[in-house]
Write a protein that binds this ligand. Structure first.
Ligand SMILES: [Zn+2]
Length: 496
């Protein structure tokens, strides 16, 4: 039930970065830890394995492009960690909370059926953006018992109490470190005030619900447990599921910045009060995505799901590249023009790879230096708190540098293979399917025949025939460009 694995194969690249020469062995992986508000050298608890918990979707609607900014950041993190360690990643599915219950009631569909569809849509979107699958996708409704046990323990420790509404609340005054992650002082909190809903602002901070006693608003969504008839609060779901799969104390926990408070703060309070151990070593958070400089909202008409973007004719890889090329801790301003730019960059990289494949020139003396620099910049960028703008710049700089020698046939076949290897390494992070393009890129016989017919027509100055053949090629989805070094053929492809 809990370990739903996506139906695509994991990228078989785990060892590839390890095989790289150590250009700068003193440079360790550094990550920005929200807990201490600084970049810190990453030391996993176990030397060869990283345990990673990523807050997953609340499946009441399609996830929007802001949500996917966070999931994409987590994918980059996962991929880079996997180049060094074995990674165990858990992403929960919140299939019961205030929002899922409200929506399923509005639609008149039983909760389980309602969330089932949105879980599937979520997995489809992950696939289209080439997000690598986590090891576990536990669902909240499959882990009610684990949640009840933690709450029971917190009641026994007198850290939780039952309110007059029969719901069970966490008493934040009993947890001295409450507020540390979000940098708010407990004394600023309203003493004795309580919130029962899942999401609230810092200004409202106060005791929060662990277990919500059933009321008629919840309809037929309830569990009969030792805590009474009701359902869990959102925050306890993540404490229970993370500790079940990763243990009491694990390496990294991530989410969007809006998860810092109250969600992640509450997770720390629940988990640490329950186990008496430190919960998580590194907390990483992705910044917001805004649209055309404004907060994304349905009322402003600037609200997009991944599907809305694809319907506009953009490829999912353009969207992926758009996310990758910005740093996860800067606000990302989404514009259609920016996305167009990302689409062009993807084409540029893919086109370059295809041209490399047919290179057979002289040897280029500067190549080792160019490649060394590219590898080093890429690796150092990624190790510096996943600085993907720097890493992608290394890719584009190598294209800038090698374009002319490639054009002038001064890169040998062997050298071109070395450059391709660099691109394939970079693609472990970029995720642009470069290996697939290399496989697909051979020019069919029929097309080759047309090309040479066109070349002879041109030599005989029969430009009309040459033009007809060009049109025929276009109909077969190939464009031909005449360059000083001869004709170059490109497949017109949709880059999905
Ligand atoms: Zn969570």
């Amino acid at each position: 039930m809990m370990d739903q694995i996506l139906p695509f194969s994991r990228n078989p690249f785990k060892k590839s970065f390890k095989e790289l020469p150590e250009y700068n062995p003193v440079m360790p992986l550094v990550l920005y830890n929200t807990l201490n508000r600084q970049k810190e050298i990453f030391h996993p608890i176990s030397p060869s394995e990283v345990k990673l918990y990523t807050c997953g979707p609340t499946v009441y609607d399609f996830a929007h492009i802001g949500n996917f900014r966070t999931y994409l950041f987590e994918d980059i993190l996962r991929r880079w960690l996997a180049s060094k360690y074995n990674v165990i990643q858990v992403m929960n599915i919140t299939d019961v909370d205030d929002k899922t219950i409200r929506r399923s009631k509005e639609k008149g569909i039983p909760l389980h059926e309602y969330t089932h569809d949105y879980i599937n849509f979520f997995f489809e979107d992950l696939l289209s953006l080439k997000i690598e699958p986590a090891e576990y996708y536990p669902r909240a409704t499959d882990h009610i018992q684990e949640m009840v046990q933690i709450i029971q323990d917190l009641l026994e420790k007198k850290i939780a109490y039952q309110g007059e509404d029969k719901s069970i609340y966490y008493d934040v005054s009993k947890f001295p470190e409450y507020g540390k992650l979000a940098h708010i002082e407990v004394k600023e909190l309203k003493s004795g005030a309580r919130v029962s809903h899942d999401e609230y602002d810092k200004e409202e901070a106060s005791d929060f619900a662990l277990w919500k006693a059933w009321d008629k608003e919840d309809g037929n969504v309830f569990w009969e447990t030792s805590l009474g008839k009701g359902r869990p609060g959102w925050h306890i779901e993540c404490s229970a599921m993370s500790m079940k799969y990763l243990g009491h104390h694990f390496d990294i926990h991530t989410g969007g910045v809006d998860n810092i408070f109250p969600h992640h703060q509450n997770e720390i309070a629940q988990s640490e009060a329950h186990t008496g151990e430190k919960f998580v070593n590194y907390w990483l958070h992705a910044e917001h995505l805004i649209v055309e400089g404004k907060k994304m909202s349905k009322s402003l008409g600037n609200f997009y799901t991944v599907r809305d973007i694809l319907k506009k004719g953009f490829s999912p890889l353009a969207l992926r590249y758009f996310y990758v090329s910005s740093h996860y801790r800067s606000k990302l301003n989404f514009t259609l023009q920016g996305l167009q730019g990302a689409e062009s960059s993807v084409h540029r990289i893919r086109d370059f790879i295809l041209r490399l494949k047919s290179a057979h020139g002289a040897s280029y003396p500067e190549l080792p230096e160019v490649l060394n620099k590219a590898y080093q910049e890429f690796k150092e960028g990624m190790d510096d708190d996943l600085n993907t703008p720097r890493a992608t710049a290394a890719v584009h700089e190598s294209i800038n540098h090698l374009n002319t020698p490639l054009e002038e046939k001064s890169i040998s076949r062997e050298q071109a293979q070395e450059v391709i290897q660099f691109f394939l390494h970079a693609d472990k992070i970029l995720g642009l399917n470069l290996d697939e393009i290399l496989k697909e890129s051979h020019i069919p016989q029929e097309i080759q025949k047309l090309i040479s017919e066109r070349e002879s027509a041109r030599k005989n100055k029969d430009y009309r025939k040459a033009d007809e053949i060009r049109k025929a090629l276009q109909e077969k989805h190939f464009i031909i460009e005449d360059t000083p070094s001869g004709p170059r053929v490109k497949r017109i492809e949709s880059i999905s």
